[in-house]
Design a protein around this ligand. Structure first.
Ligand code: 2RA
Length: 329
């Protein structure tokens, strides 16, 4: 399989290479792609160095799969050019997610909707993926009426500049700011930009992408997305109003039986999901499962996952694995 990784030098791109190697994705030829200024430089994959290609050369090479994590503008411009030469694009930007002609895929939930005709496939936003993976079995079993989500997001979701800002602040140094405020000893209630309605793009992604992936526009969703000085993964407090009565033990059983989900939940032993545990792992970790006694048929839970892995790179690679396993590329 000839595979291009577009944005290979970025934070997510580097994790994509790591995950492709860990999962021994059947690559016969790797084509790393990055910005013009990086062409000719090297990236490492399976302890070997690979030269970074230009976008034009990568398109001309006609890879079967191109996994993008290079920002929306690059995806909008170049994903169609790859598709034109027969490449199937798996794109981690927000460019195609809400396009009605494109599929928004979490493999464990809706990969079965994919066909050979899907030449540009959207990878959902990180904070959406970890949440919907846990919500999907609950929606199937009980129907979800409403979700109230508060996120506590890793600075790795913003990128290298944010990590450097925190490191500088730890060291008491001045440096380039990824955020309008210090992130050290702070919590910034603004992930991405604000829209007219007072919500941030990140919060609206949770609303719109959840409804698209679960294929149910009737699910009421509201979210508050907060950036905190953490690097291991995104954490989310989720209040779930179900369509009918439930038993807590059944919720745990359903989640335990869900591929890609690990229930970590025992207050007696202080066992619950945390970014320091989730970092570097591919699962979505769910804990603090407990009835919301303030409202009928409602349950609270805490969901943590490494946003660079299942929230981005691993989910994208799993889409690629599904395509290969089902003869769609
Ligand atoms: C963030 N989900 O965390 C967004 C993009 N990675 O900033």
């Amino acid at each position: 399989m000839k595979v291009a990784v577009v944005g290979a030098t970025g934070m997510v791109g580097q994790v994509m290479l790591k995950v492709l190697a860990e999962r021994d994705f059947q690559i016969t030829e790797l084509i790393p792609v990055a910005s013009e200024r990086s062409v000719g430089k090297k990236v490492t994959y399976k302890d070997k160095e690979y030269t970074i290609h230009s976008m034009e050369d990568a398109i001309a090479a006609k890879p079967q799969i191109a996994i993008f994590s290079a920002g929306g503008n690059t995806s909008k411009e170049f994903a169609p050019q790859f598709a034109e030469v027969g490449t199937t694009v798996i794109d981690n930007s927000s460019a195609w997610r809400m396009d009605p002609t494109k599929k928004l895929v979490v493999p464990e939930i809706n990969a079965t909707s994919l066909t050979k005709e899907d030449k540009i496939i959207a990878n959902p936003n990180c904070s959406t993926i970890q949440m919907v993976l846990a919500m999907s079995p609950l929606h199937r079993e009980y129907g979800i009426k409403r979700l109230v989500i508060s996120t506590y997001q890793s600075i790795t979701g913003t990128g290298v500049k944010a990590v450097e800002q925190l490191e500088n602040e730890y060291a008491g140094k001045k440096g380039e700011m990824a955020y309008p405020y210090p992130i050290h000893r702070n919590a910034i209630p603004a992930c991405d930009v604000f829209e007219e309605n007072g919500y941030t793009k990140e919060e609206l992604k949770l609303v719109n992408e959840t409804q698209k992936i679960l294929d149910d526009r009737s699910i009421a969703v509201t979210a508050t997305a907060v950036r905190i000085p953490v690097v291991g993964g995104h954490s989310e407090s989720v209040n779930v109003e179900l369509g009918k009565a439930y038993e807590e033990k059944d919720i745990r059983k359903l989640l335990n039986e869900t591929s890609g989900v690990t229930v970590q939940d025992n207050p007696d032993t202080n066992t619950y999901p945390m970014p320091i545990y989730a970092e570097g792992k591919n699962d979505v970790f769910v804990g603090r499962i407990r009835r919301d006694y303030s409202q009928e048929n409602t349950v609270n839970m805490w969901i943590v996952s490494d946003n660079l892995r299942k929230g981005a790179a691993t989910n994208a690679v799993q889409i690629g694995e599904y395509l290969v396993a089902n003869g769609l590329v």
